[in-house]
Design a protein around this ligand. Sequence first.
Ligand code: KG4
Ligand code: ZN
Length: 373
Amino acid sequence: MTRPTNNIGAAAAGRSTVVLGIETSCDETAASVVVRQGETGRILSNVVRAQWEKHRRYGGVVPEIAARAHLECLDEIIAQAMRDAGASFDELDAVAATGGPGLIGGLLVGVATAKAIAFARGLPFIAVNHLEAHALTVGLTDGLPPPYLLLLVSGGHTQLLIVHDVGHYERLGTTIDDALGEAFDKTAKLLDLGLPGGPAVERAAASGTPGRFTLPRPMLGRPEPHFSFAGLKTAVRHQAKAAAPLSPRDVADLCAEFQTAVADSVADRVRRAMVIASERLPNAPKHLVVAGGVAANKQLQSTLAAVASGAGYALHAPPLELCGDNAAMVAWAGAERLARGWTDPLDFTARARWPLDPEATPALGAGKQGAKA
Ligand code: KG4
Ligand code: ZN
């Protein structure tokens, strides 16, 4: 299929472009309209509908239920995003949808919908990598261009990357087992804190004291900036079992110790990545960006702020509503790609797995990788 070139031309010429973004890779159905003018972006609308109520009784996201839920409400969410933006389909320059990685049923819903709109309106279609969308959010919120060091912490991924440029990512470290968000979710589950797990652990930790229970600090001092959280989660289980039945105070103290262990481990890994990044890019400005759902965690943010200031880095974290999954980041990544003339054919196939750095060597001990982002 040949792509219309007028919209790509507008982006290339630096004129403003308007992109509709669609996100359906996990359990949030989202649509957003973003305008890109020169190098900067503005969010015209940002509609996100979470599905927690539908998954709560199963204790986690059920892929089939998620896909059906996206299908039921996506049209309405898109209509809402267009209304909020005060935009008509005629004013769009492109339609972008998360094409992966993620739960394949949900991805298919978003991608098929985006393709249908693109085909009906004669617009370019852009398949966005969900991880790239998280990675580039800081361009939309802070106007920060690459290169920068990125800590990407979500429900399915935990990685340290150098963002060299849009479309060029170098993975320095990854988790060899559980993702950080997954560790928060599993900890919440075994302490009966409910879903979503990360915010529940953070809330419980707020009234707790670290140090009363003792948990390990995984991977400290390892030369490669990889992560591991499976052992930490198992240690929480052992401690919880040994202290059962748990009082609310016990739960709070365990959560506080868990969060502190996480923060200590992440801080050590980030410091290591900073050393590697400054060897790779000795003259680059020092920016540390944190993105993904777990970036919302306040203790993690304050720890990263201390690490950054100690190393002469500026820390950038998205505002709370753009830490978790949303479609504004998808629309923005789409606009960035459109500006470079990178669009996708209508026979693009959604991808459950889609690494940002396909060249990266597997981390030693890596046994599994989350299917979502
Ligand atoms: O990026 P995201 O919204 O979805 C994925 O792409 O995975 O990240 C979701 C993850 C979940 O594991 C959730 O528990 C975690 O982010 N999360 C948090 C917090 N808010 C969300 N983890 C720790 N503290 C939080 N405040
Ligand atoms: Zn995500």
